[in-house]
Design a protein around this ligand. Structure first.
Ligand code: SF4
Ligand code: SF4
Length: 317
């Protein structure tokens, strides 16, 4: 693998804001608590804010953490308005540019990926404006787990949070490995504690960094929905758009399918869909269409349909 083992310690400011992002099940909230505990003996005044909503497997989760020299900043409404560091826990999110919105030029982005920073920058030239770091946290966790249990972990069992944070502490010098190991082993005993400790040590030593080489970039912008307006219902007040977590349809394990022979085009499903992803126009012939790009598979439409015309079917990927 290409890459430079090194440090980005000089990139720390007086006040630093960190954005964690991943999906439910990857231990993002637990990771942000461990991150804060790892810094509790340092000079920093700390604050953390978690994204609201139910935490469930597959749902995007974000945490903002502030590390300030000035204690007043932790109480300021201005806090967490910019990003100095972005930590992307989900290997599937490597190509999602919108997660970097608000990252200051010359800030640091750390990806959980087996790829080197050079490979990522080659694939996306915009990354050259940031300091890019990578660590194969999921791979490291899986390796240590396999050694401990004599079998590979399932997708659900892979927890990249501890190795990602260990790598981040190394490249920024924010906390020592010894301190972080203490935090981890206080949290978990037994084999789980050992696995996380081994994963932290390996990741701490394997993080790769590539310093930014450019200045003066255009601000990154979030992509908006490409649904043509004339395809959408005339009475919906708002339409779904892709947010920082990507298309919500990607979270779905099941999604609705309308049985055309049973549907009477009453529009009840349209009224109840919390995500406005059912496209229906009063009086129009046919059956509603469902924009599966935004359907997260809650099943409310199927529950509310009086005709039993909606079947929830497994999503095959
Ligand atoms: S609620 Fe059922 S019957 Fe009514 S439009 Fe939706 S699918 Fe058709
Ligand atoms: S499953 Fe939920 S999100 Fe999807 S169309 Fe039905 S109500 Fe909307």
């Amino acid at each position: 693998m290409e890459g430079t083992f090194g440090s980005l310690k000089e990139k720390l400011n007086e006040n630093n804001e960190v954005f964690f992002t991943g999906i439910g099940g990857q231990g993002i909230v637990t990771g942000s608590n461990l991150f804060l505990e790892g810094l509790s003996d340092t000079k920093w005044h700390l604050t953390g804010v978690y994204s609201p909503g139910a935490e469930r497997r597959g749902k995007p989760i974000s945490c903002f953490i502030g590390l300030y020299n000035d204690p007043k900043k932790t109480k300021s409404y201005e806090m967490l308005t910019k990003k100095d560091f972005v930590i992307i826990f989900d290997p599937a999110s490597v190509g999602k540019e919108q997660l970097l919105n608000g990252l200051r030029e010359d800030g640091i982005v750390l990806f959980n990926t087996p790829k080197s920073p050079e490979e990522l920058v080659k694939a996306n030239g915009k990354l050259e404006y940031f300091n890019v770091a990578t660590v194969d946290a999921s791979g490291i966790f899986s390796e240590v787990f396999t050694e401990a249990f004599g079998r590979a972990p399932t997708f659900e069992e892979i927890r990249p949070n501890v190795p990602v944070i260990a790598a981040f502490f190394n490249i920024t010098g924010l906390a020592s490995l010894e301190t972080f190991i203490k935090v981890v082993t206080n949290k978990w005993g037994g084999r789980i504690g050992d696995i996380n400790k081994q994963a932290a040590i390996a990741a701490y030593n394997k993080a790769l960094v590539m310093k930014s080489s450019k200045r003066g970039m255009e601000p990154m912008t979030t992509k908006t929905s490409t649904t043509p307006v004339d395809e959408l219902t005339e009475i919906a007040l708002c339409f779904p758009q892709e947010g920082i977590g990507g298309l919500t349809g990607l979270w779905a394990l099941i999604q609705p399918k309308i049985k055309e022979d049973l549907c009477n085009n009453c529009g009840t499903c349209f009224i109840y869909c919390p995500d406005n992803c059912i496209i229906w126009t009063k009086g129009k012939e046919g059956v509603p269409k469902i924009d599966l790009r935004y359907c997260k598979g809650c099943g409310i439409c199927a529950e509310e349909c009086k005709q039993d015309a909606i079947e929830m079917v497994e999503v095959k990927r």
